[in-house]
Design a protein around this ligand. Structure first.
Ligand code: ADP
Ligand code: MG
Length: 467
């Protein structure tokens, strides 16, 4: 049904038409679960912004229904190219019939993690993508221990280190390693039940089970696993209901020598609002970290990725990338792909000079300068508070420190003046800002954990560009 009309459709009419179409293709219960309290918030010439009640619904609409929604929108307004989803205020109706859902819905609403694009070749039962294996993982001094621990665990499932806890900054290969473990275990013995799941999805599946009253089924499903890997476990900070279920699943599996592997962007003791009982469980096995790769490792990774993608670039180009991008493997790949895009468009391999030009524009892209908002957002996410908390008048310790860190990073990473920073943070005096900046600066020179935190937050800030 293609209606091309010259009469402009209002947002309300547009969404009503979409709902009408969706309703036809879904069961009543499903339709209500996914589309209740949704609306079109705004739109411009090529994109529509849809408001949804929580992160759980957002995820489902994005992953499962986006194509249909877009199709149905384009039946009304053919110019639209994209639908985006944003979390509006939590509607109580969703949670009314079961109190625990309120907690979970709130837990889900609080933030969304930095999941990697796993591509389309994912096994539905295990969530594994064959692309990530040990053979394609380059080992350097930065990840030697983690790599060895992961390999050892696959050979002694449940017996050697349980749990295995891998931590390291964004884009350094945690997900790759977890996936590689899963692939190895299920390749070598396909009777083993393996599951890879991001902590965010884990939380979402708990909410879904609570809504559908299938939580016992879910628990029993998890308890049948031989290997459970939960990625980005820091996401469960402050999420009590999720921690409860992780705790019981953990005990159940651990008690029967079933293997648990966890990853995080920081060590267990640096995860805020993590229940003590869980923290001590996480620390009870082996903890291995991944650091930033040195030059040789970066170059070897670039060669490996070029090989995978059958790129054939001059070594000098790879050296140039490895010299200029140091902190994040995903960015290394990003730069390589830029050059790859060039050779596809022009149907030839760029020479070194051209490649440098492409990379220089990539590296000096003004959009790569962080906005104050992105800094505030990253700080808030990192400390598991809301951006609004940073601006408020609160003097609580859990807020004061993040606020001071935000001031410090705004000063370091943007060109804002002290008074401007004060303005951004709820109209505080410039002397307060100066004090905060000096304090964080001097503390971070002696306080190693604080120094680490600053690195991790900056990684977040600079990583959000590529998303
Ligand atoms: P993290 O989960 O730590 O954020 P990922 O596992 O998603 O990081 O890694 C980001 C990208 O970098 C992936 O495409 C991954 O394959 C690649 N990568 C990271 N470390 C290595 C490595 N040592 N060898 C090969 N590829 C790597
Ligand atoms: Mg990851």
């Amino acid at each position: 049904m293609l209606i091309v009309s010259s009469i402009p459709v209002t947002n309300e009419e547009l969404w009503k038409a979409v709902l009408g179409e969706m309703e036809l293709s879904l069961s009543r219960a499903n339709f209500i679960t996914w589309f209740k309290n949704t609306s079109v918030l705004s739109r411009d010439n090529n994109a529509v912004m849809v408001s949804v009640p929580n992160g759980f619904i957002k995820e489902w609409l994005e992953n499962k229904f986006n194509k249909k929604i877009l199709e149905s929108i384009r039946n009304q307004v053919p110019e639209i190219r994209e639908v985006r989803y944003t979390i509006g205020r939590l509607k109580v109706e969703l949670a009314k019939h079961d109190f625990s859902n309120i907690i979970l819905a709130k837990e889900l609403e609080s933030r969304s993690g930095g999941e990697i694009d796993m591509g389309t070749d994912i096994d539905k039962t295990t969530n594994l993508n064959k692309r990530y294996n040990f053979e394609s993982f380059i080992v350097g001094s930065n990840n030697e221990l983690a790599n060895a621990a992961c390999l050892a665990v696959t050979k002694n499932l449940g017996k050697l280190y349980n749990p295995l806890f891998i931590y390291g900054g964004v884009g350094l290969g945690k997900t790759h390693l977890l996936q590689a473990m899963g692939n190895k275990v299920s390749d070598e013995n396909n009777s083993k039940n393996v599951l890879y799941i991001s902590a965010e999805r884990f939380t979402a599946s708990i909410l879904e089970a609570l809504i559908n009253r299938t939580i016992e089924d879910l628990k029993s499903k998890y308890s049948q696993l031989d290997l459970l890997m939960i990625d980005d476990i820091q996401f469960i900070a402050g999420k009590e209901k999720t921690q409860d279920i992780i705790f019981s699943t953990f005990n159940e599996l651990h008690g029967r020598n079933k293997q648990i592997v966890l990853s995080s962007d920081r060590p267990p003791k640096a995860i805020p609002a993590l229940e003590e009982r869980l923290r001590s469980r996480f620390e009870g096995g082996m903890i291995a970290d991944i650091g930033t790769p040195d030059f040789e490792t970066r170059l070897a990774i670039l060669k490996q990725k070029s090989h995978e993608k059958t790129y054939n670039f001059d070594e000098e180009i790879l050296v140039y990338i490895a010299t200029h991008i140091q902190k994040n493997v995903r960015e290394l790949e990003g730069a390589l792909n830029r050059i790859g895009a060039f050779s596809q468009i022009y149907n030839r391999v760029p020479d070194v000079k051209e490649a440098k030009n492409i990379l220089n524009t990539y590296l000096s892209n003004p959009y790569r300068k962080p906005s104050p908002q992105s800094i505030l957002k990253s700080v808030a996410e990192f400390y598991n508070i809301s951006s609004a908390d940073l601006v408020k008048r609160s003097r609580k310790k859990e807020i004061v420190k993040p606020r001071q860190v935000a001031m410090f990073l705004l000063r370091e990473e943007t060109k804002l003046s002290f008074p401007e920073i004060g303005q951004k943070l709820g109209g505080r005096d410039h002397s307060t800002v100066i004090h905060a900046c000096e304090k964080i600066k001097s503390e971070s020179s002696v306080d190693e954990p604080l120094k680490q935190e600053l690195v991790l937050i900056k990684e977040r800030v600079y990583n959000s560009f590529d998303k």
